[in-house]
Design a protein around this ligand. Structure first.
Ligand code: ATP
Ligand code: MG
Length: 440
């Protein structure tokens, strides 16, 4: 992408309305724009990052055996009357009427709809286990939308729903998502800690919120420090191995971790003082086994091996991509701007032409631009006639992992400079070597 032809409306000043660094940087870099309270457009730079986050979420959901579909944002109130949640949900639900005066709603979540899809076509235990997910916009009329897309009213959610014949099978499905979440957040460059969450009347140990530690987080959290060193399950994890996944779950739930709602002062105090961590955190995911809570009122049953009808056991598994993007920034930035982990960076590299119009600089930059693109890299080419200082500041601000700097003197010697955004380390290489390094 040539910067001169791109749409990246960078702000010169820090926006006053932004209270936390991620919100400030997302506005300044032109990643997002607020359209009305808690409702955002994702501008091209932001959309690139969001798409990369979604791609990783999707890969890990698929790896764990979940199957993607797409459900609508608008739902009929009827389904929600069946489950009893239409009245219960309260003011967070945006209720709408269509031209026939039928009550509709903008979905805040999809348990009812997926249960309806399931019951209409699955009749036998032989079709189980089944886990269906989508990545779709949700609307919750939050009382206090704030911090940009961290807590917005319209937001994206990956929500998966599992269906099993028995509770034991459902726990295996739960563990698959538990492992998928550990891998997902790790690939996004985050250390997320699963913390026991309230299961309400369902009980048990099968609801976890995945929390990123950050000073600006809205939740108060308490945990053992050892989480920092726990191993992430490998890509070749056997998701069909009941015992294998259970052992990962057991390991990751073997030490204390709770949000303030579930906090047990005595259990926390029992941890040695040096191993205790009390901090603030951001909830980026939530997984939940809820048994027959929806299958019962909505009549979602399958025929079991015994020939009888059984209510299916369900779980739901949410991740917030539009919250994850600011969460990643909270975890990875410095005074000059964002530092994207390579896995979600909007561009892999930025080629900075220090003297557009200079034939040698132009030729060199074109060559780099084409070679990197041909190698499948996402490249931003700063071909604008901005001052050098502005170009460097922009490159730092938008946080692209590698800057390739082509100035007249270096280019005359057949060289360019590479700068690592994270460490600031610079090295001068021949153009050939630079291309090799960046496409390796
Ligand atoms: P919170 O406690 O932060 O309000 P929640 O418990 O209501 O979230 P869930 O229903 O568990 O959220 O939704 C699953 C995921 O969706 C959350 O872990 C979060 O990543 C994301 N999410 C929920 N609400 C919002 C929101 N208002 N803005 C952005 N992302 C959200
Ligand atoms: Mg939650």
């Amino acid at each position: 992408m040539r910067l001169s032809r791109y749409f990246m409306p960078i702000l010169k000043e820090n926006p006053k309305e932004a209270e936390i660094v991620s919100h400030r940087l997302m506005l300044r870099t032109g990643m997002i724009r607020q359209q009305s309270q808690g409702i955002y457009s994702w501008l091209p730079l932001g959309k690139r990052v969001l798409d990369k986050v979604n791609a990783i979420i999707r890969e890990e959901q698929n790896r764990a055996g979940a199957i993607e579909l797409s459900m609508p944002t608008l739902q009929s109130a009827e389904l929600w009357q069946e489950s009893g949640r239409y009245e219960d949900y309260g003011k967070e639900m945006l209720r709408i009427r269509d031209r026939q005066d039928r009550p509709m709603l903008y979905g805040p979540t999809n348990e009812e709809m997926i249960t309806d899809i399931f019951r209409s076509s699955v009749k036998s235990y032989k079709s189980l286990p089944l886990n269906l997910y989508h990545i779709q916009l949700k609307f919750r009329d939050e009382i206090r939308p704030r911090f940009g897309t961290m807590r917005s009213r319209e937001f994206l959610m990956k929500d998966a729903y599992s269906f099993d014949l028995t509770q034991a099978d459902a726990i295996h499905s739960y563990n698959k998502m538990f492992v998928a979440y550990l891998r997902t957040f790790d690939r996004l460059g985050l250390r997320a800690i699963p913390m026991r969450a309230d299961t309400g009347p369902i009980g048990g140990n099968h609801s976890h919120e995945f929390i990123i530690l950050a000073d600006t987080g809205e939740s108060e959290v308490y945990c053992h420090k050892s989480f920092v060193d726990f191993d992430i399950p490998a890509a070749d994890t056997d998701f069909d191995s009941v015992d294998g996944l259970q052992s990962v779950f057991d390991k990751w739930t073997s030490v204390y971790a709770a949000t303030s709602e579930m906090h047990d002062e005595a259990a926390f105090d029992a941890i040695g003082e040096n191993d205790r961590l009390s901090a603030r955190g951001i909830e980026v995911g939530h997984i939940f086994y809820f048994g027959t809570k929806y299958s019962e009122p909505m009549g979602a049953k399958v025929q079991g091996p015994d020939g009888k009808e059984h209510l299916v056991h369900m779980g739901s598994y949410g991740i917030g991509p539009t919250r994850l993007v600011p969460a990643i920034i909270e975890a990875s930035h410095d005074e000059n701007g964002i530092i994207w982990p390579a896995s979600v960076a909007p561009f892999d590299a930025v080629v900075i032409n220090m003297k557009p119009g200079d034939e040698a600089c132009d030729t060199t930059c074109d060559r780099l631009y084409v070679a990197l693109q041909n190698a499948g890299k996402d490249v931003l080419y700063d071909d604008t006639d901005d001052r050098a200082g502005t170009k460097f500041a922009t490159a730092d601000l938008i946080g692209v992992p590698v800057q390739v700097i082509a100035g007249p003197r270096a280019v005359a010697a057949g060289e360019v400079e590479l700068k690592d955004r994270k460490t600031g380390a610079r090295e001068t290489l021949t153009i050939e070597a630079a291309i090799n390094k960046l496409t390796a």
